[in-house]
Design a protein around this ligand. Structure first.
Ligand code: BGC
Ligand code: NOJ
Length: 813
C-alpha cells in the first residue's frame, strides 16, 4: 500500500482533530454554534457566519468557487516590523514557524508562530448567544520587546446570500455602516424593512479601522496583501455603498514573555419595529451593548467556553462505549455523534459543497438526521418533527424541502418524491422510543402550514403510508414519482433540454408505470413500525389494516421484485426492469438490497442471504459498496440524472456512504456479524484516516456523502463531506445494530451483531431518567443474546424494562 502523507491526527482526550499542516488536500472545516447563530470555519479560518438561515440571513460574505479555494473568512493580520503573517497561514501564506488547527466540539483553535510571536485564536459561538467569539492571544516568546500592528478583518454579506452574489446594480449602492468606538456596525437595508443588524467589536482601544473594502484592500490587491496591512496604516474608511467590511487596527507592545488577550465579537441583533432607531438614521444599539458586555473580558469568555465544553460533556455522556478499539470508540463516542448534531442543524444547506442558497431543510433528510440526534436533545427533535409534518399535503405527499427561517415548503422544488412520506414514520417512531413521549401523536399539526387544516400528528403518519398505498403501479409496487431516495433516478423526467432541472422536471408522468423497489422495502420497514405503534396505542383495527397492506407489498416484491440473485431496483416508465441481470448496465443497485433485506422480505425463501451475498460480490470494493454495478457509460434519458454522472461518481456507481449502512443493517438482522463489520469498517472515517488521508482528500474525522467508486478515475476520493444522511445512518447502525443497544417503547432492547473477534465491551447509556451500565460478553458469537442479568437478577427476553435510576446490566451472548 502506498504510504500516504498525513495532515493531522486525532486527540481523543480533548475530543479534537489536530491539523498540523495548513495545506490540507481540501479545506478541512468545522461548525460553530448549536442553535440560531452558526459559522463554518476552515483550518485556515476561512468560512462565514449566518443567523438561522444560510440563504436569508448571511452575516459575512463567502465566495464559493473561488481561486484560490476558500478565500474569505475571519482574518487576523500581524505586521511585525514588515513581516506580515496570519495565525492560520492564509491569506498571506507566509511560511510559519509553527501551525496548528484544533477542531473540537463546536469550537476551533488556530495557532501560528512566527519570529518569536505566537498568535492563537479560539473561535466559538457561546451557548444561547447570537455571536461568534474570537479570542486572540498574542504572546511574545522572544527575548526582545515586540511592537506589532494587528489588523482584524471580516467582510459583510448583504444579508440575502443569493442577491448578494448577483444584484450588483443595487448592491454597490446600498452598503451602510456605523462606527462607535471599537465597534463597527453593519446596517445595510436597516433603513427600510430589516430590523436586524450585525457588528464586529473588540474589547480594546483601537488606533484605527476600516469599513470600505476597496480602501482597505486596494483595488489591485488581494486578501493576501491588503494595502492597509502592507503599509501598516489603517485608512479609517467609511463605507457608503460598495462593499462594507470591518477591520480594527491595534498597536500592541509585548515585553519578552508577555501575553495579551483580545476578545473580538461578531454579533447579530434584532430590534423591535418601534425601537429600531435611537435618533434619525442611527441604529438603536442597546442590545448590542448588552451582548458586548457579556463577553468583554477574558474571564467571561473563558467561562462561556467552559459552559460550551460542559454542554458537550453532557451530550456525549448519553452513549459511551468502551471496546478497547480506539478507532471505533472515537467515532462512536465523539465524531459520529458530533456530525449528527451538525446534520440535524444544517440538513444539507451549508457546507463547502452546499452553498447555503440552494437547499433548505429536506423532508427525508431531516427525518433521517433526527434519528442520529434524538438521543442527544429529544425536545429539539420533537419540534423538528412538528415543523416537518407541517409542510405535508393533505394527501400525504410533501414538499421535498422547506426553509428554516420561514418553515414554509419550498415552491421551487415542490413535491412528488414518493419516498418522502414514509420518512416521517421513521423519525417519529425514533423520537417516541427514545423519549417515551406518546403525546406527540396528539399534537395538532397543519397541512402545508395552512391555519385551520390541523389534524393530529398520528393522522399525518396515517396519510403518509396511505400515500404509498394509494399510489401503486401495475405490479402493485409503489409508484416512484419524481424520484425516491435516489434523487437522480428520474424515471418520468425524459429530458433532452440541459436547462431543465432533473429534480423538478416531470415531462411525462401520465400513464407512468415507473415503480420503486426501494420504496417497497422502505414501506414495509416503516409500516411494520407503524403497526407496532398502533398496537401500543390500542388502534388495533388501524394496525390490522396496515398489516394487510404490508403483506400485500411483501407478496408483490416476492412476485415482481426478485431477479434471482438480488432484488430489482425499479420498473421504468414503460414497465421495463431496472437493476436486473437482463440489463446491459447497472444490473444491480444497492438501495433495494438495503431496504428489502432490512424489511426481511423473502428471508425464508433465501432472498435476503442471496441479496447480501450479491452486494459483496458485485458492489463491494476496497472503499465500500458502490451504488450500482456496472456503472452507466452513457446517458439514458428514460432514467434521468443518474446516468448523467461519469462512471463511479455520485449516484452513478459512487460509494454513497449513506446507503452502505442499509446493507449493514440487513447483515445484522441476518446475524452476519463478520460481514456487517467489514462493510462498516470500510467507510468508518477513523479507518480511512489511517490509510488514505491524501487520496480521500476531505475531512478524515467525519463521513462524506460520496467516495468515488471502483469504476471512477480515482477510486477512494471523497466528496461532499459533513452534510449527509450517512452520519445518522452510521450512528443508528453502530449504536443499535452492531453494538446492539436499541431504545424501545418499554425499555432498551439488547441485540448486538458483532464480528467473531469482538471482545467484551461496555456501554453507558442514559435513557430517559435512567442510567444503564451495560457489559456485553460476546463469547465469540456474532449474534444471539443468551442471557441478560439486570441489577443481579436474570430477566426474560432481550428488553430491559425501563425504570428510572442507575442499573447494571450483564449480557451474555
Ligand atoms: C445530486 C443528489 C442530490 C440532488 C439534490 C443531485 O445532483 O447528485 O445527490 O440529492 O442533486 O438536488
Ligand atoms: C442527497 C440528498 O440530500 C438525499 O436526500 C438523497 O437521498 C441522496 N442525495 C441520494 O440521491
Amino acid at each position: 500500500m502506498e504510504q500516504q502523507k498525513r495532515y493531522g491526527h486525532f486527540d481523543d482526550e480533548h475530543r479534537e482533530y489536530v491539523i498540523t499542516d495548513p495545506k490540507t488536500p481540501w479545506p478541512w472545516i468545522n461548525y460553530l454554534g448549536n442553535e440560531d447563530f452558526f459559522s463554518l470555519i476552515s483550518n485556515t479560518a476561512g468560512g462565514y457566519s449566518f443567523y438561522k438561515d444560510a440563504k436569508f440571513r448571511r452575516i459575512t460574505r463567502y465566495r464559493y468557487n473561488n481561486v484560490p479555494m476558500d478565500n474569505g473568512g475571519r482574518y487576523f493580520y500581524i505586521n511585525d516590523g514588515g513581516a506580515i503573517w496570519n495565525p492560520g497561514w492564509k491569506p498571506c501564506k507566509t511560511p510559519l514557524d509553527f501551525y496548528e488547527c484544533r477542531h473540537g466540539m463546536s469550537y476551533t483553535r488556530i495557532t501560528g508562530r512566527k519570529n518569536g510571536v505566537e498568535a492563537s485564536v479560539l473561535f466559538f459561538v457561546p451557548l444561547k448567544t447570537w455571536a461568534e467569539v474570537q479570542k486572540l492571544t498574542l504572546t511574545n516568546q522572544s527575548n526582545e520587546t515586540k511592537t506589532l500592528k494587528l489588523f482584524s478583518f471580516e467582510e459583510w454579506c448583504l444579508w440575502n446570500a443569493a442577491t448578494d452574489m448577483e444584484n450588483f446594480q443595487r448592491n454597490f449602492s446600498t452598503g451602510e455602516v456605523e462606527i462607535e468606538g471599537a465597534t463597527i456596525y453593519h446596517k445595510t437595508e436597516y433603513r427600510e424593512r430589516r430590523n436586524h443588524y450585525a457588528f464586529y467589536h473588540v474589547n480594546a482601544e483601537i488606533q484605527g479601522f476600516d469599513t470600505d473594502r476597496e480602501t482597505f484592500v486596494g483595488l489591485y490587491n488581494e486578501f493576501s496583501n491588503p494595502d492597509a496591512v502592507m503599509e501598516g496604516k489603517p485608512r479609517n474608511s467609511h463605507a457608503h455603498g460598495w462593499s462594507p467590511i470591518a477591520s480594527h487596527y491595534i498597536e500592541v507592545t509585548l515585553q519578552p514573555g508577555e501575553s495579551k488577550d483580545f476578545v473580538f465579537l461578531l454579533g447579530y441583533i434584532e430590534n423591535e419595529q418601534d425601537k429600531k432607531f435611537s435618533a434619525p438614521q442611527v441604529i438603536n444599539k442597546e442590545k448590542a451593548h448588552a451582548l458586548i458586555a457579556r463577553f468583554d473580558t477574558t474571564e467571561k469568555v473563558d467561562k462561556a467556553f467552559a459552559e460550551l465544553n460542559a454542554y458537550w460533556d453532557a451530550l456525549l455522556n448519553i452513549y459511551k462505549v468502551r471496546t478497547g478499539n480506539d478507532k471505533l470508540d472515537r467515532m462512536v463516542n465523539i465524531w459520529n455523534q458530533y456530525q449528527c448534531m451538525v446534520t440535524f442543524n444544517f440538513s444539507r444547506s451549508a457546507s463547502f459543497f452546499e452553498s447555503g442558497i440552494g437547499r433548505g431543510m429536506g423532508f427525508r433528510d431531516s427525518n433521517q438526521d433526527l434519528v442520529g440526534f434524538v438521543h442527544q436533545i429529544p425536545s429539539r427533535a420533537r419540534q423538528r418533527i412538528i415543523d416537518i409534518a407541517s409542510t405535508q399535503f393533505p394527501d400525504g405527499g410533501c414538499y421535498h424541502q422547506y426553509q428554516p427561517l420561514t418553515k414554509r415548503g419550498n415552491n421551487d422544488i415542490g413535491g412528488g418524491f414518493n419516498d418522502d412520506p414514509c420518512w416521517l414514520i421513521f423519525g417519529t417512531v425514533a423520537y417516541i422510543k427514545e423519549s417515551g413521549d406518546f403525546s406527540i401523536l396528539d399534537e395538532m399539526v397543519p397541512f402545508d402550514n395552512q391555519p385551520g387544516s390541523e389534524v393530529t400528528l398520528f393522522e399525518h403518519l396515517k396519510v403518509s403510508l396511505n400515500h404509498v398505498i394509494n399510489n401503486l403501479g401495475p405490479h402493485m409496487l409503489p409508484l416512484i414519482g419524481r424520484a425516491d431516495w435516489n434523487d437522480c433516478l428520474n424515471l418520468n423526467c425524459f429530458s433532452w433540454d440541459p436547462n431543465e432541472s432533473f429534480q423538478t422536471t416531470e415531462n411525462v408522468s401520465e400513464g407512468t408505470k415507473a415503480e420503486s423497489l426501494m420504496i417497497a422495502g422502505l414501506f414495509v420497514v416503516t409500516a411494520k413500525e407503524y403497526v407496532k405503534l398502533c398496537d401500543k396505542i390500542a388502534k388495533h383495527e388501524e394496525g390490522e389494516r396496515m398489516q394487510k397492506a404490508i403483506d400485500a407489498m411483501i407478496e408483490a416484491v416476492k412476485k415482481h421484485g426478485w431477479d434471482g440473485e438480488w432484488y430489482l431496483r425499479a420498473y421504468d416508465f414503460y414497465g421495463r426492469k431496472i437493476g436486473s441481470n437482463e440489463c446491459d448496465e447497472a444490473k444491480i443497485f444497492i438501495e433495494s438490497q438495503g431496504w428489502c433485506t432490512m424489511a426481511e422480505i423473502g428471508a425464508d425463501e433465501g432472498m435476503v442471504a442471496k441479496s447480501l451475498d450479491s452486494c459483496k460480490k458485485y458492489l463491494e470494493c476496497e472503499h465500500g459498496m458502490v451504488l450500482n454495478n456496472p456503472a452507466f457509460t452513457k446517458y439514458i434519458y428514460e432514467y434521468g440524472e443518474i446516468s448523467s454522472y461519469p462512471e463511479g461518481y455520485k449516484e452513478n456507481a459512487g460509494i454513497f456512504c449513506h446507503n452502505n449502512p442499509w446493507v449493514i443493517i440487513g447483515e445484522c438482522l441476518a446475524g452476519r456479524g463478520n460481514d456487517a463489520w467489514s462493510h462498516y469498517a470500510k467507510i468508518l472515517p477513523s479507518y480511512v484516516e489511517e490509510k488514505y488521508q491524501t487520496l480521500h482528500k476531505v475531512e478524515p474525522y467525519v463521513n462524506c456523502q460520496m467516495v468515488a467508486g471502483k469504476d471512477a478515475f480515482r477510486p477512494g476520493e471523497g466528496k461532499n463531506s459533513w452534510l449527509t444522511g450517512t452520519a445518522a445512518w452510521m450512528w443508528y447502525t453502530v449504536s443499535e445494530f452492531i453494538l446492539g443497544i436499541k431504545p424501545d417503547y418499554d425499555g432498551i432492547c439488547i441485540d448486538p451483531c458483532l464480528p467473531e473477534t469482538a471482545t467484551d465491551y461496555t456501554v453507558q447509556r442514559k435513557f430517559r431518567d435512567a442510567d444503564y451500565d451495560i457489559t456485553i460478553h460476546p463469547n465469540g458469537q456474532q449474534k444471539g443474546v443468551k442471557q441478560i442479568v439486570l441489577d443481579g437478577t436474570p430477566i426474560e427476553g432481550t428488553v430491559i424494562p425501563y425504570s428510572s435510576g442507575h442499573h447494571t446490566v450483564e449480557v451474555t451472548m
